[in-house]
Each structure stands twice: as structure tokens, then as C-alpha cells.
Ligand binder design. Structure first.
Ligand code: ADP
Ligand code: MG
Ligand code: MG
Length: 950
């Protein structure tokens, strides 16, 4: 037999652990009651009762009985009857769901007043004005919330009385005025609803409770829940609580207080106080509240007592708490508490300070901060004091603040940035062609597209400021200008300020504040910022959290970096290697001519000459990166995109050939080549390993450049740890053949340079001799240092420091590769999951096309809870990752696995990769601190950590 359902709990019966049933507010009231804090007594109607009501449209019959019994208990304890004519007991009826929904739901104060009891209250309190003030509040709140009268009608009546009396606010009304106002409110109710304000206190109470239940389903509450991902079916609890009065005169008042500053996290009480007022007045801003410190002079005893309670609560909840309180004639009452919301800055600071004080341990401090918050702290921001009116609003797609000169195309952005100018790239929308300009710019601004547009996604990945979809802008790149409305024209070179956090655009340069956190992380020294300053405390807190994350995480964090400059930055930010070094850019710029020559070559000789010219250039690139990452692994991906991406645009060429009187023969040739190479679907075409196998000499040139760079670095006394990564493999046979060629080149270089490499026995023959077999690649409990994890560390020690047997591995970015990972592992020294392409190929969609067309619809309809390109789709793409890791480890237990691509910097995805057993994640340099932090948090995850991240 299960116990009968209980719908009503007295405060003394509940506790914080019952928040599902009692709501957040009810659980807090119960917990404070349990702690012995001065909480006006009351009881809570459970969320279960609300759910029953919402399902059937009727209160469960037991509820009436239980509520009546609880009320009788209250009346006995207080020695007064609800709404009794001579000395009435009044209560508040307060909504309170599991998750706080500020301003969404209803609360009604002063239930129990009617035409008689208002007289009783006046007599008992000795204050007529107070009694009528309370009554008019009840009629107003009840009329609006329970009886559905438009709240503006009451406000208009108040305004009319204010004007008539020539007073600033209703606080200056006397008792007669308030009495007249109450009567007028009652008339408004009758006129609007055809019914009278109910005089029966029991009816008032029952209808108020029902109105709170109903408020769960108002439109604004639904919208709020949707946005905050709060489930629809939780329902709200209702708290019925004895009224205390802050509006009894100057020795009374009401306020809110925080145990620390929720904006900065600085220790010390913080809050607002409003004398002679009821709770709602503080939030409504009827009058300007005083800083809490004023209470010290107004009522020193209450102030000291409040301080004690704040301390009790913070120690008890071991976190920042906020409270609502009321002082009634010098007596302090606490009306609400919860673990308070805070800014990113405050989150780090508070966690750090509580850890310092021994209130929480280092693990718990780490659980309370997040990677997304850390990233936010790394952006520069505009001075908050500035009240400049924005030129336009758009989607705040990538946070931060930037100032620069307006440019309208990628090439101009690159050119002006190279001259040392800060630029803002303004486009209707961006495409992959704009990438160089986006990299060069301080900020990207588009007039079209949302949070998942190309501009938004790419900018976020780079940590670049971006506002997109600023629809007020008419962008005219040809005219080199954009306009806003009829009379604002902004031309190339004009200065613009872009606030990616707020989503606003401003004309001219707003004052910028650099991020202390970013500076401290990049220099690796929080000590540079003087301790004792706000910046110093914050950076100390961030560095402390990161240090602990580093000490507990199992996942390594590497960087996606293609240039020595990026590599240096990544290393400073804590990268333990490069997980993805793309080589595409090594074919661009001035080298395009060589690529064209290679493609147009009529014979082997011409092609070899072009490749030979590329070789020293690429070798220099690799040397630079290996120097920057000396001692750490650098995973170099051989060329991946289709070759025509390195040729001129087909349309441009066709026009040039068609329009010229005497077309350049070279243009004709190029056009023919471009047309030959044109693909309907380049993403699924001749790219990746296919390209390496199909274009003679291309892969060999790249491998040779890498090998010679390694030899050069060793010659210079360095410790280069290059790894060769083959993209887009679908079958082990592709990898075998590519590997055979790579190993042939490595052997050649070894022979030429006198580096004698013991060739791995399995070169291209399908054995597993190419794989390292020792332990220490990171999958075991003790986290090896970065220097030990390079798989070649072991080999070079086994085969002599001069061996050129660089690890050769593959990307896993096709479903077939994941499904046959056991076979592919036979020929691979490592796997790197290319989860961007893997997501595209698993879902069968092209990211750029999808994000520009149906993604917004899918997100809105909830078909995607979040974009699978932002956070890994665990069920589908993630399943393939798990399968591949398991299959690979079944044949090669030490095969190193990692992930490169945007997911490597996404908090939720990092937690997944940790669970899936990968060895490392690799992400853009800017995201490395966040990734380190989240990898640490992932390592802490366990049953105990279930809800502590809130
Ligand atoms: P919200 O969730 O919107 O904050 P509350 O239920 O907390 O709504 O109530 C609104 C205001 O009324 C708060 O300032 C609260 O402190 C005050 N209040 C609620 N119940 C009482 C009471 N029994 N006595 C005095 N003030 C109260
Ligand atoms: Mg409240
Ligand atoms: Mg790819």
C-alpha cells in the first residue's frame, strides 16, 4: 500500500531536497524554517496538486481538506482568524516553480482584507493609512491576477489621483485618498467583469491559489520556459504565508540582499532597501531604493541580524545566496532565499573565494564554473558606462567588442589589416571565400542570417566578434557603402564599433576595455595584474580553476593551428600540441601560380617543376610550425579540399575569355581545366586522400616537405614531432596505398640526409608493425605529460633519435570509415575524428547549404535541440565515434584517438568525448582555456556532480 498523496506541507515539514515537490521558493522557505531563521509561518501546496489541477481542470478533492486544515493550524498559531473583522490574519499567496521564472507568474499579497477587516486592521495596527494601503493593493492585485482586469486601468486611476493631489507617488496618499482609490478599484472590477470583488476571505484564498495554478499556462510563461528549456509539465507550487508588513511607517521597510556582489563576486553584503514599502515595490521601482548599507543607520539591529542570517545561509548552501526580507516595526523577517544568479566574472570569483575559505573543495569550485563563461571573460568589452545609441541592432552571434574601419570585401580587409589597420568586414552574408577577410578583421557584420549563418559559426570558432542579421543595414559592396534608413550613409574607411555581446552596431569608436583574463592567460601569469584589484582577483580565480582542471583531466587539449603565430598563441594558452594543422593555405596567395602550373602541366616534367618550386616554400612553413611547437606533437593534415578551389572562379574566367578581343591563351587553358574539374558536389568529390592518390607527386611533395623540415629542426637541435594525417579515408586500402607512398618518401629523405631510419616492417603491407605498441599514450589512469604522448617519442627512443618513421594516421570523417575502423586501425598509427565532415556525411547534408536554408526552421521547431555542428549529435554521429574507438582499440589498444574541428571546443561535446574515451580534443587557440576547463569538469562528472553546475 502506498501512502495517500499529500498535497499540502507546512514549512516546518519540508526542506531544500524537496524542491521538485515544493518548488524552489517553498523548499527555500522550509529550509530556512528548519534553520531557525525568522520566516513568517505558512504552508506549501505541492506541484503535484497543480499538475492534477491542470490535467483535470479541478482541484483534487483532498486538496481543499488539507488546505483548510493547514490554514486552521496557522490561525491557531497566530491567534487570529483569516480576515477576521476585528484583528484579521492576512496571508500572501505566492507562486514558486521548481526553476525560478522571474516575473512570469503571480503573487497576491494581503489576502483576507475586506470592507470590515480593513477597519479591524486599522484599529489593531493603529494606522488607518496602512490598512487602506494594504486593501487597495489587494483589490488591485486580485482584480488583475485573479479576475483578469487589465492592470493599466488601475494604474491610470492611480495616476489620476496623483495629478488631482499634485503628488509624486502613491506613497504620499493619505488614508482618505487610499479609501477612495479602493472604492474606485472595486468599481473598475465590477464594470470590467460584471462581478464584485469577493468579500469572503476563504473565497479569496481559494481563488488566488487557483489563479497561481493557472498562471503556469500563460503565454509569457510558456515562451519563457521554451527559451530556458524548462519542461512544460512541471507545474508550480503555491505558498500561503502569513503577511508581515513593511508598509507600517518609517521603522518598517522591505528589501533584497545578496551574500556577495552578484555582478563582480566581490565579498560583502550587497542589496537594496526601501523604507515603508511592501515587497513588490522594490522590484516595481515605484520609488528609488536605498543601498543596503543605509539600513545600518536606519535600523542597526535589523542590519546586524540580517548580516548573521546571510552568513548562516551562505555557509549552509555553500554558495552565493540572495534573500528577500521585510522589517516590520524593527523586527526582521526573511521571506525568500535561493542560490543567486551571477555573472561569469562573479561565478569564477565566488567559486575561488569559497574554495580559499575552505567552504567548498577544489572539485566543487571547478564544477561551479564553465567553459562558455570563461570564453566570455576573454573578450574585450565596451565600457559599460557608455550610453551611445546604436546605429543598428542584429543577432549577437559571437561576443566581444571591436572597433575598426569599415571594409566591404575580403581582399580589402586583408590589405588594410596588413597595413596595421583595424577593420570591420561588412557583408550581406559571408561565404568561405570571405575567410581571409574574416581572419584579418576585428569584427564581422552582416545584414542577413542568424546564429547559425556562416558568419556566425566561423566567427565563433575564431573567437571573432560578430553581429549578423542587422536588417536595418542596406549593404552595397559595389558602391563601397552601406545605408541605414534614408539618411545614414557609412562608407569604406568610416569607423564602426561592433558589440557582439549586445548585438549592436555604433558609429564611431566607443571606448574599449581589454580583457585582463585573456592577457593573463596568454602570458601565463596572473601575477602581472596587481592582486587586490578586481582584475587581479578575477584572473587569479580563473588561473586557479584552470590549474585544478589541468590536474584532474584525462583528455589532452591540442590546438587547430595552421601558422607559427597561431601555434605560439595556442601554446601560450596551454595547448599540448597541434591536433590539426591544415595545409590548404600553403597553396594559396602567391603560390597559386605554382598550383595553376601544376594543374596545367602537359607532362611529368612540367608538373614536377611546379611541385619542386612549392617544396621549399612548404618546408619553410613546416619548419616554422615545428619550431613553435618544439617537443609537442604536430598533426599535419595533407591537402584536403578539391583542387579547383585553388583556381580562379569559373564564372570570372568564362567572362574574361568571352569578353576579351584576344583572350589570353593561358586563360583559355585555365578555363578548360576549371571546367574539366568542375564537380556537382565537390564536398563528395575529388578531395582528401582521393586527391593524394590521383594527382601524381602531390602527396609526395608534402610528405617530403614535412620530412625535410623534421630533419632540419633536428639538425638545429630541436625536438620536432610531426605526425602525418591522411584525410577522408573510407577504406583501409586507401590508407595502405597512401601510407606506402608516404613511407617511401620518408625513407628517401632519410637516405638522402643520412638519417638512417629503421623502416617499420609493415610499410604498406597491411601488418601492424607501423603502430607503436607501448603504453603511455594517454588512455591509462596517469596522465602523461605532453612530451611523452607523441607516439613517435617511443619509436625514436627505440629506433634511435634520428629515425624518420613519423606516425601516419587518418581522419575518421566518413561513416564507412567509422564502421570499418577495426580494419583501418591496421594501417593507422592514430585516428582523428573530423566531426564536422562526419556530421555532414552522417546526416547527408551540406553545412553551408543547410545553415543558409532550413536550419533556422529546424531549430525553431525543435527538430534539432541545438545545431549538430555546434554540439555533437551524440545519438548518431557520437555513436559512430564510439563504435570506431571500440573497434580500433579491439585490434590496437594503444591507438591514439582525438577529435579536431569545432566540436573540440564545445563544452557539451567535450564531456561526450571524455566519456567516449578519446585521448585528446583539438580546437581553435582561443577556445583552449575553455576546453581545458571543461575537460577537467568532465573528469569530475559522476553521480555526485549531477546538478551542481547550476
Ligand atoms: P516573486 O517570485 O515574483 O519574487 P514573491 O512571491 O517572492 O514573488 O512575492 C513578491 C513580493 O512580495 C516579494 O518582495 C516578497 O518578499 C513579498 N511577499 C511575499 N509574501 C509576503 C508576506 N507574507 N509578507 C510580506 N511580503 C511578502
Ligand atoms: Mg520573490
Ligand atoms: Mg574534413
Amino acid at each position: 500500500m502506498s501512502a495517500p498523496i499529500k498535497y499540502v506541507y507546512e514549512f516546518a515539514e519540508g526542506g531544500r531536497e524537496m524542491a521538485d515537490l515544493l518548488g524552489g521558493k517553498g523548499a527555500g522557505l522550509a529550509e530556512m524554517t528548519r534553520l531557525g531563521l525568522p520566516v513568517p509561518p505558512g504552508f506549501t501546496v505541492t506541484t503535484e496538486a497543480c499538475r492534477a489541477y491542470l490535467e483535470t481542470g479541478q482541484e483534487p478533492p483532498e486538496l481543499g481538506v488539507e488546505a483548510a486544515r493547514a490554514l486552521a493550524g496557522l490561525e491557531r498559531a497566530m491567534g487570529r482568524g483569516l480576515g477576521a473583522p476585528d484583528d484579521p490574519l492576512l496571508v500572501s499567496v505566492r507562486s514558486g516553480a521548481r526553476f525560478s521564472m522571474p516575473g512570469m507568474m503571480e503573487t497576491i499579497l494581503d489576502i483576507g482584507l475586506n470592507d470590515q477587516s480593513v477597519q479591524g486592521l486599522a484599529k489593531a495596527s493603529g494606522q488607518e493609512r496602512f490598512a487602506w494601503d494594504s486593501y487597495r493593493r489587494l483589490v488591485q492585485m486580485f482584480g488583475h491576477t485573479v479576475m483578469g482586469v487589465d492592470g493599466d486601468l488601475f494604474e491610470e486611476a492611480i495616476a489620476a489621483h496623483r495629478t488631482a493631489r499634485a503628488v509624486a507617488d502613491e506613497h504620499d496618499f493619505d488614508a482618505d485618498e487610499l479609501m477612495a482609490l479602493t472604492e474606485e478599484f472595486k468599481r473598475i472590477i465590477r464594470r470590467e467583469t460584471g462581478a464584485d470583488f469577493p468579500q469572503d476571505p476563504a473565497e479569496q484564498l481559494a481563488r488566488a491559489v487557483r489563479a497561481v495554478f493557472d498562471s503556469w499556462n500563460t503565454g509569457r510563461a510558456r515562451v519563457y520556459r521554451h527559451r530556458e528549456h524548462i519542461p512544460e509539465d512541471l507545474g508550480t507550487a503555491v505558498n500561503v504565508q502569513v503577511m508581515v508588513y513593511g508598509n507600517l511607517g518609517d521603522d518598517s521597510g522591505t528589501g533584497v540582499a545578496f551574500t556577495r556582489d552578484p555582478a563582480t563576486g566581490a565579498p560583502g553584503r550587497y542589496g537594496d532597501y526601501l523604507p515603508d514599502a511592501q515587497g513588490e515595490d522594490v522590484v516595481a521601482g515605484v520609488r528609488d531604493a536605498l543601498p543596503l548599507s543605509e539600513l545600518k543607520t536606519l535600523d542597526p539591529r535589523a542590519y546586524v541580524e540580517l548580516g548573521d542570517h546571510l552568513r548562516t545561509l551562505e555557509n549552509h548552501y555553500r554558495d552565493l545566496c540572495d534573500v528577500e526580507f521585510t522589517v516590520e516595526r524593527g523586527r526582521l523577517w526573511i521571506l525568500q532565499t535561493r542560490v543567486g544568479k551571477r555573472t561569469a566574472e562573479a561565478a569564477f570569483r565566488i567559486a575561488h573565494d569559497l574554495r580559499d575559505a575552505g567552504t567548498i573543495d577544489a572539485d566543487e569550485a571547478l564544477r561551479r564554473v564553465g567553459g562558455a563563461e570563461l570564453t566570455r571573460l576573454m573578450f574585450p568589452r565596451f565600457d559599460t558606462a557608455s550610453d551611445d545609441v546604436p546605429l543598428a541592432h542584429g543577432v549577437p552571434a559571437s561576443p566581444g567588442a571591436a572597433v575598426g574601419a569599415v571594409v566591404f570585401d575580403s581582399a580589402t580587409a586583408v590589405r588594410r589589416a596588413a597595413d596595421g589597420e583595424a577593420v570591420v568586414l561588412v557583408r550581406r552574408e559571408t561565404t568561405p571565400d570571405d575567410l581571409p577577410g574574416m581572419i584579418a578583421a576585428q569584427a564581422v557584420l552582416t545584414s542577413r542570417g542568424g546564429k547559425t549563418s556562416h558568419a556566425a559559426v566561423v566567427a565563433r570558432g575564431m573567437g571573432k566578434v560578430c553581429v549578423c542579421g542587422a536588417e536595418a543595414l542596406t549593404v552595397e559592396p559595389q558602391e563601397r557603402r552601406f545605408t541605414v534608413g534614408a539618411d545614414v550613409v557609412v562608407r569604406e574607411g568610416d569607423i564602426l564599433s561592433v558589440d557582439g555581446t549586445a548585438g549592436t552596431v555604433h558609429l564611431g569608436a566607443l571606448p574599449l576595455t581589454a580583457s585582463d583574463v585573456a592577457a593573463a592567460l596568454e602570458t601565463g601569469t596572473g601575477q602581472d595584474v596587481p592582486a587586490g584589484t578586481a582584475g587581479g582577483e578575477l584572473t587569479g580565480a580563473v588561473l586557479g580553476a584552470l590549474a585544478h582542471a589541468d590536474s584532474v583531466r584525462r583528455l589532452e587539449v591540442r590546438a587547430n593551428a595552421d601558422t607559427p603565430e597561431d601555434a605560439v598563441r595556442a601554446r601560450a594558452l596551454g595547448a599540448q600540441g597541434i591536433g590539426l594543422c591544415r595545409t590548404e593555405h600553403m597553396f594559396l596567395g602567391e603560390r597559386r601560380a605554382l598550383v595553376e602550373a601544376m594543374i596545367l602541366a602537359r607532362d611529368d616534367g612540367a608538373r614536377e617543376a611546379a611541385l619542386a618550386a612549392l617544396l621549399p616554400l612548404q618546408r619553410a612553413d613546416f619548419t616554422g610550425i615545428l619550431r613553435a611547437m618544439d617537443g609537442l606533437p604536430v598533426t599535419i593534415r595533407l591537402i584536403d579540399p578539391p583542387l579547383h578551389e585553388f583556381l580562379p572562379d569559373r564564372m570570372d574566367l568564362a567572362v574574361r575569355v568571352a569578353c576579351a578581343e584576344h583572350p589570353d591563351p593561358r586563360d583559355r587553358e585555365l578555363l578548360a581545366a576549371v571546367e574539366r574539374m568542375h564537380e556537382q558536389n565537390p564536398m563528395l568529390g575529388l578531395r582528401g586522400v582521393r586527391l593524394g592518390l590521383a594527382v601524381p607527386g602531390l602527396m609526395a611533395m608534402q610528405v617530403r616537405a614535412i620530412a625535410e623540415a623534421v630533419v632540419e629542426r633536428r639538425g638545429a637541435g630541436g625536438d620536432p614531432r610531426a605526425e602525418i594525417m591522411i584525410p577522408l579515408v573510407g577504406t583501409v586500402e586507401e590508407l595502405r596505398q597512401a601510407r606506402a607512398e608516404a613511407e617511401r618518401v620518408l625513407a628517401e629523405v632519410a637516405a638522402e640526409t643520412g638519417v638512417d631510419g629503421e623502416r617499420p616492417s609493415a610499410a604498406g603491407t597491411g601488418g601492424d608493425g607501423g603502430r607503436p605498441s607501448g603504453a603511455g599514450t594517454g588512455a591509462d589512469g596517469e596522465r602523461p605529460s605532453a612530451a611523452e604522448t607523441g607516439v613517435d617519442a617511443e619509436r625514436s627512443s627505440a629506433a634511435g633519435a634520428t629515425a624518420l618513421d613519423l606516425p601516419i594516421g587518418t581522419m575518421i570523417e566518413l561513416p564507412r570509415a567509422a564502421l570499418t575502423a577495426g580494419r583501418i586501425a591496421e594501417a593507422a598509427d592514430f585516428f582523428s575524428f573530423g566531426t564536422n565532415d562526419l556530421t555532414q556525411t552522417t546526416w547527408g547534408l551540406s553545412r553551408d547549404d543547410a545553415e543558409a536554408s532550413f536550419f533556422p526552421l529546424y531549430l525553431e521547431r525543435g527538430i534539432f535541440p541545438v545545431s549538430p555542428f555546434e554540439s555533437i549529435d551524440e545519438e548518431g554521429v557520437g555513436r559512430l565515434v564510439e563504435l570506431a574507438v571500440q573497434a580500433a582499440h579491439a585490434v590496437a589498444p594503444d591507438l591514439e584517438t582525438g577529435v579536431c574541428g569545432e566540436h573540440g571546443g564545445d563544452p557539451a561535446s567535450i564531456h561526450f568525448f571524455h566519456r567516449a574515451g578519446l585521448d585528446y580534443v583539438s580546437c581553435s587557440p582561443f577556445r583552449i582555456p575553455a576546453a581545458r576547463l571543461e575537460a577537467g569538469r568532465a573528469a569530475l562528472e559522476g553521480p555526485a556532480a549531477a546538478d551542481s553546475s547550476k
